[in-house]
Ligand binder design. Sequence first.
Ligand SMILES: [Zn+2]
Length: 550
Amino acid sequence: MITRLHGAECIDGIGESRVRDLVLDGETICSAVPKDSRIDFEYCLDGHILIAGGIDLHTHIGGGKVNIARLLLPELVEHQTSQSKRTGQEPNWIAPLSSPVPGTWETGRRYLEMGYTACFEPAVLPANARQAHAEMADTPWLDTGGYLLLGNDRLLLEWIRDEVPQKQINDYVGWMVRAHQCCAVKVVNAGGIDAFKFNQRHLSVDDKHVHFGITPRQILNALAQAVESLELAHPLHVHCSNLGLAGNISATMATLDAVEGRRLHLTHAQFHCYGTDGPHGYSSAAQLLADRVNADSHFSIDVGQVQFGQTVTLSGDTMHQFANRNLARPRKAIFQDLECQAGCGVLPFRYRQDQYVHGLLWTIGIELFLRIEDPLRVFLTSDHPNGAPFTSYPHLIRLLMDYDFRMSIFSQLHPDVQKSSPLPSLKREYSLEEIIKMTRLGPARALGLKNRGSLSDGSLADVVAYERNQNPEQMFARPRMVFRRGKLVYRDGIFLADTVKSTVVSNHPVDSQMDGWLRRIWRARYGYSTEMIEVHADELRSEGQIVEWS
Ligand SMILES: [Zn+2]
């Protein structure tokens, strides 16, 4: 099937942005209609832009804690509705969701109607991988992939304590990533989730785990070496120690040092970027982090932008979620362990514009966006749903592109935030091309997805048409058309039948000796066979998914 899109400006951050025809030939993009071919569909898109489908590389869309969050907050649907009726205004996010953590169908639908076509679940617990894959497969209109959570699993901690050869750790990581059909490795508060199970309440980068006697620095280093040695496309994806604590910038900088020159992706960096200055002993350290990222091309970040309103925070970081339990609004929380592999803490949270710390978090996220120069190494995320639901993205894009609009919100924040924040002096306004790089090309490259994120010949024909609009919030909230793999799946508010979906899985070599070894260890340690937890590629295919190797 051949579709020709005519009259729109094609923008991808690689080639020159200009009005030209874009041809979708089957599942891929080509610059011209192949000779002697018939055009099946043609759309005139004067006054539109054409860009690649959006890629969200950090959004919680599947797995245990996502479901817990769904179950924890049924009353928020009612809260949102009654609040809107009272104020006569829409709830804080752009397109109201039925809950801050919607079900799979609504997740796919809301992402598609913003022009996103691929999303990555960043915290797949090994014991829970099958469920995470099932939920991602059940999320329509999105290709997906998962990052495997390691770094608090007892076996790995014991091996690091016992100073086993690095090759053994590499082979273990390789086996685990493949056995759970993931494409990257995530570490959350390295060693800290496990230390909390021994009642340790704090574990910075060079502190020792009370039981194992090892430090987060050792764990980070071992995992970064494994990721490098396995040649995984995405670098180690790190949620640092000391989440949310004043002064945590020192731990964040120490984390960047811990990988000794290897690549590293720092996730929801906004939550790890605080100093101890200012009237409340809680201040922005965004400049320190941004300077470091600007100076070293090994590092990339996603921001985890906060927006004001009700959401729910869910994290594997049980240690710090437990510390924040009294901040939960409404006042409830759930904490869990699963097979001593990691943890989970779920707290509802209401970010308030007139509250000092909440306002400060909002400014710090935006500061990071504005201070990091290369849009291919800073990615637009809200750490959905932790900073805000993903439906806040069009609003965030306008904040980045429009200084006056940004200042109109800033002027409503707590007076002490306004006095201390450098935000008014940061006059940068993102260009449309920079926004497109940050949400398409950048994440595709960070994940090693060579056929996505651009409009180059041979790329996957995931293409979005937006009608030009002076207000980028309105423009990015509603595309005119979305194509997935060359097929029109959304047009003018109408959702059309989806095409096939894929899951991205890392194609690294797996050591066969490790396989037999782990089978014996698993039986002795957990009392069941590894066959129970392994997810096979054929299993994903039987759900109708394509396994896409990275
Ligand atoms: Zn996250």
